[in-house]
Design a protein around this ligand. Structure first.
Ligand code: PLP
Length: 412
């Protein structure tokens, strides 16, 4: 009875929230959680089995099946998934493991925790430039950048987009170079009908705020071999063998180095519930994206102020946000434009975090790079930004408002 009462109270709070002010605002994320997400989470809370119980396993199994991965392991964030993948490459249980100082290519247009696990694990990161249209490292650049010292590639599938995955995978496999696919921004995108994240030796996903699905915090890592799966499992929790189903495990048997990167059943419940709606969310985001583009380019005020992000050939995208690149003429107005949009309640943010080689931590950690080899990443930082793509269909009034505000860039 008490349980039912709490659930009905929750439904009411959710309804009231929906009735809140209708004033225009266009944040990066709207309607992050449905009432059924909150109900699933409440069931876990009320059961008091909040961490790493049946729900986490259920989500992992469902996720692996749907994505077409052999193994999936849930963690507390996409960053943790990257950390585990990278540490796994050097683990003493891994065959042909890497050694400290081996080189790993990483795009300069990257996220902080795509890069730092490489450094933390003792590998040497080598910044590589990205393609100006797709924001990812393309096949030709990988081919050119690989040397005898390259032992791994951290490839980012940016904002739902990707590179020529098949060519890259085959090329790296021949060279015995490990591939980690940071798919934290591309859950649900398919290249040649295969889900992104399943091309590499490891694929990592994030369920953080405003990503394709969100459980608040949360992440998943997928891999192809049982050995890697077991290494990841022990690294995830203290280095013990408790989750490895070993018959003679004493429970407190520490067989590996370890972290504690375990997720909550609470976030697994929200994650699984949202994951079941992924195709629906994907369709709506795609419709909204098409609507905004159509409205911009058919406006009388349109004079090619923006370039749009190009989906890779053979990609079935699962968009994350709506990136825009200012044309050369308007590039100098970027800061003014962002201030203007934010004042008018359109929330904006950089594309990933721009050219990461510019960040103060790079100097502090003495990471070397050649500035003139990262021109596209710099262009994307100078000209690009992104706005949200909501999971409800935008109406005409909202589309007109967004179009007009964006096209005011000429009048600032
Ligand atoms: C490309 C990329 N990798 C990794 C992460 C880290 O994910 P999380 O925030 O879940 O730690 C992010 C976060 O937004 C990201 O964009």
């Amino acid at each position: 009875m008490k349980y039912r009462y709490k659930l009905s109270l929750l439904k009411k709070i959710f309804k009231d929230k929906k009735k809140e002010s209708k004033k225009f605002s266009y944040p990066l994320l709207t309607d992050g959680y449905s009432s059924s997400d909150l109900q699933e989470a409440s069931k876990i809370l009320l059961s008091e089995r909040i961490t790493m119980s049946k729900m986490t396993k259920k989500f992992e199994k469902f996720f692996a099946n749907k994505i077409g991965a052999r193994y999936a392991l849930m963690v507390n964030s996409g960053s943790s998934a990257n950390l585990l993948a990278t540490f796994c490459l050097l683990n003493p249980y891994k065959k042909n493991r890497l050694k400290k100082g081996d080189e790993c290519l990483v795009p300069a247009l990257c996220w902080s925790t795509s890069l730092w696990p490489i450094v933390q694990a003792g590998l040497k990161p080598i910044f590589v430039d990205v393609n100006i249209n797709t924001f990812t490292i393309d096949f030709e650049t990988i081919k050119k950048s690989v040397t005898k010292k390259t032992k791994a590639v951290m490839l980012l599938n940016v904002l739902g987009n990707c590179s020529e995955m098949e060519k890259i995978k085959n090329f790296l496999r021949k060279k015995k170079i490990f591939l980690i696919e940071d798919t934290c921004e591309a859950l649900g995108s398919k290249y040649k009908n295969k889900y992104l994240g399943t091309f590499g030796d490891f694929g990592t996903y994030s369920f953080y705020y405003s990503h394709q699905i969100t459980s608040g915090e949360g992440g998943m890592i997928v891999c192809k071999s049982k050995k890697d799966y077991e290494i990841l499992k022990s690294l995830r929790a203290h280095g013990w063998d408790r989750e490895l189903n070993k018959k003679n495990s004493k429970g407190f048997n520490f067989v590996n180095e370890g972290f504690n990167l375990r997720p909550l059943d609470l976030t697994a419940a929200i994650g699984l519930n949202q994951f079941k709606r992924l195709n629906f969310l994907k369709k709506i985001r795609s419709k909204n994206r098409n609507k905004i583009i159509k409205s911009l380019i058919s406006s009388k005020k349109w004079s090619n102020q923006y370039l749009f992000f190009e989906p890779q050939k053979y990609l079935e995208p699962s968009w994350f946000g709506f990136p825009l690149m200012l044309n050369n003429k308007n590039k100098k107005n970027k800061i003014k434009l962002l201030n203007y949009l934010n004042k008018k309640k359109i929330e904006t943010r950089p594309i990933i975090s721009g050219n990461f080689a510019n960040q103060p931590a790079i100097k502090k950690y003495n990471i070397k790079f050649k500035k003139n080899e990262l021109k596209n990443s710099q262009e994307i930082e100078d000209r690009g930004f992104f706005i949200g793509l909501p999971t409800k269909i935008l109406d005409k009034v909202e589309i007109n408002k967004i179009t007009n505000l964006l096209l005011n860039v000429n009048n600032l």
